[in-house]
Design a protein around this ligand. Structure first.
Ligand code: F6R
Length: 259
């Protein structure tokens, strides 16, 4: 696990965005796993800046969203299909035909989830999965006690997640109670993972993911078993890490060939 602590939230997006730019430069048709929510917005802004500056072209990049609410229309501004289109596909110039979001409106949810998994495999797997983390430690919408082997499926959102996401809806009761999410097993199959977190409210989840025991109580902790994870956080999100100074030291002394 590589842990990068940036002085500010704005710098988190720039540093994490650099990982994606590096990948797409080497592999223009890379498959990205796309998180929504507020955490990755700085990454998408950095990628849009790099595209506008002519530094990179995302035209061949393919994508799979991490999750979607169940039961809200695709054109609802809080549906993740809408967010992925307006925050990622359009600004970065991705081909909408090669970007998928789980179908939270499917009549047959089980088949839709199985098809999502097989489409990821058919695309050659996810090269780089972008993740945020919930205050309760969820990644994707794999709430505490999700199975480490889980695949894309329907989940019930935890009360804390409903409360946290109420800020995106005009009334708290309007937050859908269910979602489709890539499983922890799906996420762990990505070849590279970049997780971003900003703010004090994420400090417990970040500390549990990085330094806690690997336990489904804190789903982010499963990432300790992944071979290529970069966690980019600001000072506030890093504030409960016991070994923060050690991570800074390691980052500053990263072998030249790995930079
Ligand atoms: C979003 C997702 C969630 C969020 C998490 C943090 O696609 O899968 O795990 O990353 O809930 O949300 P924000 O970034 O809004 O704090």
């Amino acid at each position: 696990m590589e842990i990068v602590i940036m002085p500010t939230a704005a710098e988190v997006g720039i540093a994490a965005g650099a990982e994606i730019i590096r990948l797409v430069t080497a592999k223009p048709d890379a498959v990205l796993g796309l998180a929504t929510g507020s955490s990755p917005l700085g990454i998408y802004a950095e990628l849009a800046r790099a595209k506008a500056a002519g530094e990179i072209d995302f035209g061949l990049v393919r994508g799979f969203a991490l999750d979607e609410y169940v039961g809200i229309p695709m054109d609802h501004p809080q549906s993740y299909a809408y967010v992925i289109r307006t925050e990622v596909v359009e600004p970065l110039g991705l081909n909408p035909a090669t970007v998928q979001v789980p179908d939270g409106r499917a009549a047959d949810i089980l088949t839709a989830c199985e098809r999502y998994e097989s489409d990821i495999v058919a695309a050659g797997g996810i090269d780089l999965q972008i993740l945020g983390i919930g205050a309760n430690g969820h990644i994707g919408f794999n709430e505490p006690t999700s199975s480490f082997a889980s695949r894309t499926r329907i989940k019930t959102l935890a009360p804390q997640t409903l409360a946290d996401n109420a800020r995106f809806f005009d009334r708290a009761e309007k937050v859908p109670t269910h979602c489709l999410t890539q499983g922890l097993g799906t996420i762990m199959r990505a070849r590279q993972i970049v997780l971003v977190a900003q703010g004090e409210q994420k400090a417990d989840a970040v500390a549990a993911a990085i330094e806690g025991p690997v336990a489904s109580r804190w789903p982010g902790s499963v990432l300790q078993h992944h071979e290529h994870v970069t966690i980019v956080i600001d000072e506030a999100a890093a504030s409960k890490l016991e070994l923060a100074d050690y991570y800074r030291y390691v980052h500053e002394n990263k072998p030249v060939w790995q930079r």
